[in-house]
Design a protein around this ligand. Structure first.
Ligand code: SAM
Length: 225
């Protein structure tokens, strides 16, 4: 899968994409990450990519031209492709959406800044889909883009060494994950549940499933409906 991330801060994307599991996925060719600085595409003599809002008000708005030109430099996209615009007003990103996006060959992600994008960019690039990572406002779209890239990448074959661990994680089967424990078996008087030390794999599986269900019912009953 190819990620093409349009940003004013490519160094943020490059740093994350070169470390840990993302870095390995890049090296192994599971993903390719390209951070494109849309400032490089502005025709403004002072390299401006933003301007003050019509109608007044505080904050700057990203102008259409550099964004459109940067997008055009990516054409033709590898199909199937999806084009995402990060914005708090978009469709909420979740596990189901990540699975859906993991089917794409290329994902283009626009990272906003300041007050966000000139609304007309949506008319110029009609395939744009607006995506939010939650009901809060960040200063820029880089963290949303990286969150989505990370969540999608771990769903791709070969990105995580043991895919069974991805399948056992929260949301994959609609439930929250069960609790995890490691050595020592007792720490400051706190013991690991006996069943996990029993060596009885059937009983351990049953306990984990029951824990997942109980946790989901208690913490996220909305997932069960
Ligand atoms: N004026 C916008 C609003 O109130 O909806 C907020 C703009 S925000 C300060 C700047 C940029 O950060 C946005 O254009 C978007 O790219 C990104 N951003 C901030 N919060 C986000 C969120 N929850 N989900 C996705 N992107 C977000």
């Amino acid at each position: 899968m190819k990620f093409s991330i349009l940003t004013l801060f490519p160094e943020i994307i490059d740093a994350y994409a070169s470390a840990s599991i993302m870095g390995r996925a890049c090296k192994q060719g599971v993903i390719e990450v390209k951070a494109i600085n849309f400032r490089d595409f502005t025709t403004d003599p002072h390299r401006k990519v933003d301007d003050s809002p019509f109608g007044g008000g505080s904050g700057m708005v990203l102008t259409c031209q550099p964004l459109e030109s940067a997008f055009e430099s990516l054409l033709p996209l590898q199909q199937p492709a999806r084009v995402l615009m990060t914005t708090p007003t978009g469709r909420r990103f979740d596990h189901a959406f990540a699975l859906e996006l993991s089917e794409a060959q290329q994902l283009v992600i626009f990272c906003g800044h300041y007050e966000g994008f000139d609304e007309r960019i949506k008319g110029l690039i009609p395939q744009i889909e607006e995506v939010s990572i939650g009901d809060y406002v960040l200063t820029g779209g880089e963290l949303p883009a990286l969150s989505m890239m990370d969540a999608i990448t771990r769903l791709l074959p070969g990105a995580v060494q043991k895919f069974t661990s991805v399948q056992a994680d929260s949301f994959y089967d609609g439930l929250l994950d069960h609790p995890h424990y490691t050595r020592p078996a007792e720490y400051k008087g706190l013991k690991v549940p006996d069943v996990l030390l029993s060596g009885n794999h059937a009983a351990i599986q049953q306990w984990r499933k029951a824990q997942s269900e109980e946790r989901t019912r208690r913490l996220r009953p909305d997932l069960l409906s």
